[in-house]
Structure formats: structure tokens, C-alpha cells
Design a protein around this ligand. Structure first.
Ligand code: PLP
Length: 399
């Protein structure tokens, strides 16, 4: 099967993955959304407005930084970072939030509903809502409200309503459940989904808005080094920062593509100890789409664990499932402890405080670099900054 430039093998599908497994009322809304998206993409004025916002409000293009100190310490290949942490609001999430909010405005919507794990997507949605004069309600697991408190304050300051969700494990999956439920009760609102997950067309829409990362990175590497990187890597929660970066390189077979999942306490401890969906899950339906999922023995989405609230999800974007099965991308996992170690090393060696989510991709890089030749280049997506994590992470590092 061939993949089109939008990653799909046919509309709404990535091989057997993706689709729209939802009640009829929602299916109709999704069809309307799909038409509005097609219409926006075909309208040069929409893209121009988005490009202006990305340049003048977000601060794009985001920089590429070579980590000379860490590369030297690892003694192997050269480490480069794509600096999504430098975007306004501090993560890649703003690329998608602004794009979808513009789409909502075009559709005449006045209210945004969003879910959030780490609070970065919630903050980005609240930001876009403030800018465009819309109301915004963000659903967030009560556990995440505690562990990502600085982002809760930011959302409130921006005028959004934050609704803590106490069901289930009170983390990201439960926030998505509640946001979907809220949408079903308020069909005039716009559901601003934060990752390349959910029923079609959400994975396609989010990929479209995040592909700016890969497009820029490709040009920047060619300009700086005169060639493409040998490998690109990114952390995978739902998978939007990863697809954003990967999309710039999927058609270059010489570039290896690696997604890094959260192994939590360690895969050997079984269900409940990690959130490494592609490494340990099986295909099935969650939140209205077909993909790899971590299921429990009753066939329900299993409890998950990661030190990173943004990676703590039992499903994954359907395109990643397809890229895994076709072998175009490989998926590995790193533990909480490895991610925390990488967090500390980037802070102390490079003067950059990474999000604990992004630290997973870094941890993989620090293990990979020593086995690469000195002239080889590994480009990691630094998906966000870590200010939100300091209160939680510093005690774990004994600081
Ligand atoms: C900084 C950061 N990186 C990564 C993620 C994971 O999301 P995704 O896999 O969609 O990029 C999150 C989610 O909240 C995040 O805040």
C-alpha cells in the first residue's frame, strides 16, 4: 500500500488503522468538520492567516540547536534539537491549537472544548481562545491537575475554565472521555483535539498543522549541514510532535525514524506499569478509531503509568500503528528513570530545561549516540520546555 503526502492510504485510514467508529450524530459532525477542513486547506487566505500567526505570534521557525557538550560526553554521533520548546506557550501544541481555532472561527464556533494531560495543549487552546475571542473549557485528570499545576494557573489566567476529571485513573484517557462527553452535550462547540488521535478526520487535521515542524527541520538541516540527518527521533504520547517531525522525512528512505514511548517503571512489570502502546499493545478500537491499544483482560483500555502526564495514554495515533507494521518507523521505549536522567543532563550540560515528555526522546538519543559514527547526525524533537515539571521532577532528582 502506498502512503499519500498526508500519510493516509485512503481517506481516514492508515492501512487498517484509523477510521470513524462513533455514534451517528458524531459521525455527521465529523463529516461537517472534514468538509470545513478541506475548504480551509484549499483557501490560500486561511493558510496565509495561519502562516502570519505562526511567524508573528508563535515565533516560527523554531531554531535548530546542536548540542556540542552532550554529543562530546556521549562520544559518538552529533545531537541536534528541533526547538519546539521555544514556541510561544512552550511546546509544539500551539501549532495545532491555532490551526484548529482558526478552523473553528471559520465555522462560526464560539466555544472550544479541549482535553489535556500535561496542560500544554490546554494552555495552547486557552491561548488561541483568548486571541480569537472564544470561550474555552479544558478537561484535565485530577492527578494531572496536581502534577502540572503551573499549567492550570496559566489556563486560568488566560480565561479558560479547567474541569478536573476524577473518573478512572484521573489522567489523560479520562480527560478525553469527559471532553468527548461534553462535546456530545454541546454539539455547537468545537472539539479542539490535541494529538493525532481520535476518529477521522482528527489525525489528518492535527498532522496537517504539526507538519510545519518537519518541513522547517528538513530545510534547516539542508541549509546548515548540506544534508539530511541520519536519524530523527521524538517522544510518542498520542504522537503529534513525532508525526510533525517525521512527516518531513518519511519519503527519504535514508533517514531512520524512531518513536520513543514511555516504559514507565519498566515493561517487565506488565500492564499498569507503563504506557508503551506500540511496544506492548494489540490492535483494537479506542476513542472512536482503530489502532494499537493497551487492553486489560476484560478488553477495556488498561491502566497506564508514566512520569510524563502527556505520554500517559493507552492508545496511539493510527499512523504510528501503520508505520510500525510497515517497518518505516521503529518504536522503542525508555523508563521514567532514564527520562529523568536525560532531563538532568540536558539542563546541566546544555542549559536547556526540557519537558519530561521530550526527555524520553532525549534519553533514547543519549543511549543511541555512542554507537553512531562521529559524522552521523541524530535530530531530536524537543517538543516542549520543562518549567511545568520542576516541582514534580526536582525532588525525584534529589534536588
Ligand atoms: C511537551 C510535550 N511533548 C509531547 C507531548 C505528547 O503529545 P504528542 O505525542 O501528541 O506529541 C505532550 C503532551 O501533552 C507535551 O506536552
Amino acid at each position: 500500500m502506498t502512503q499519500a503526502n498526508n500519510g493516509q492510504t485512503k481517506r481516514g485510514y492508515y492501512g487498517e488503522y484509523g477510521g470513524r467508529f462513533v455514534p451517528e450524530g458524531i459521525a455527521e459532525l465529523l463529516a461537517v468538520l472534514e468538509r470545513a477542513f478541506d475548504d480551509a486547506v484549499a483557501d490560500g487566505a486561511f493558510q496565509k492567516e495561519l502562516d502570519t500567526l505562526l511567524a508573528e505570534y508563535v515565533g516560527r521557525p523554531s531554531a535548530i540547536t546542536e548540542c556540542v557538550n552532550l554529543s562530546e560526553e556521549c562520544g559518538g554521533g552529533r545531537l541536534f534539537l528541533k526547538r519546539e520548546d521555544l514556541n510561544h506557550t512552550g511546546a509544539h501544541k500551539i501549532n495545532n491549537a491555532l490551526g484548529q481555532a482558526l478552523l473553528a472561527k471559520r465555522m462560526g464556533k464560539k466555544r472550544l472544548i479541549a482535553e489535556t494531560g500535561a496542560g500544554m495543549h490546554g494552555t495552547a487552546s486557552a491561548t488561541a481562545a483568548a486571541l480569537m475571542g472564544m470561550e474555552c473549557t479544558v478537561y484535565m485528570g485530577a492527578v494531572d491537575v496536581e502534577r502540572q499545576a503551573p499549567n492550570v494557573s496559566r489556563m486560568k489566567a488566560l480565561g479558560a475554565k479547567v474541569v478536573p476529571v476524577h473518573d478512572g485513573q484521573a489522567t489523560l484517557k479520562d480527560a478525553v472521555d469527559s471532553a468527548l462527553m461534553a462535546w456530545m452535550n454541546d454539539l455547537d462547540a468545537f472539539y479542539l483535539l490535541g494529538s493525532v488521535v481520535g476518529p477521522s478526520p482528527y489525525p489528518e487535521i492535527v498532522r496537517y498543522f504539526q507538519s510545519v515542524i518537519g518541513r522547517e527541520a528538513r530545510v534547516q538541516m539542508l541549509e546548515r549541514e548540506g544534508r539530511l540527518p541520519d536519524e530523527v527521533a521524538a517522544c510518542v504520547g498520542g504522537g503529534s510532535n513525532a508525526i510533525g517531525l517525521f512527516s518531513g522525512f518519511l519519503n527519504d528512505p535514508e533517514v531512520a525514524v524512531t518513536g520513543v514511548e514511555p516504559a514507565g517503571k519498566g515493561l517487565q512489570f506488565g500492564l499498569g506499569a507503563h504506557a508503551a502502546t506500540l511496544s506492548a499493545g494489540t490492535p483494537g478500537v479506542v476513542h472512536g478509531f482503530n489502532t494499537y491499544v493497551l487492553f486489560d483482560e476484560k478488553g477495556e483500555p488498561a491502566p497506564v503509568h508514566s512520569v510524563a502526564a502527556g505520554l500517559d495514554y493507552p492508545g496511539v495515533g493510527p499512523e504510528h500503528s501503520y508505520l510500525k507494521d510497515t517497518g518505516r518507523a521503529k518504536y522503542v521505549s525508555v523508563t521514567d528513570a532514564e527520562a529523568l536522567d536525560a532531563f538532568g543532563r540536558l539542563c546541566r550540560k546544555e542549559g536547556i530545561i526540557p519537558a519530561v515528555e521530550s526527555s524520553h526522546a532525549l534519553a533514547y538519543a543519549l543511549k543511541r549516540l555512542p554507537s553512531m559514527r562521529k559524522d552521523r547526525i541524530l535530530l531530536v524533537n524537543l517538543s516542549g520546555r520543562g518549567d511545568k515539571d520542576l516541582e514534580t521532577v526536582l525532588p525525584m532528582l534529589g534536588l
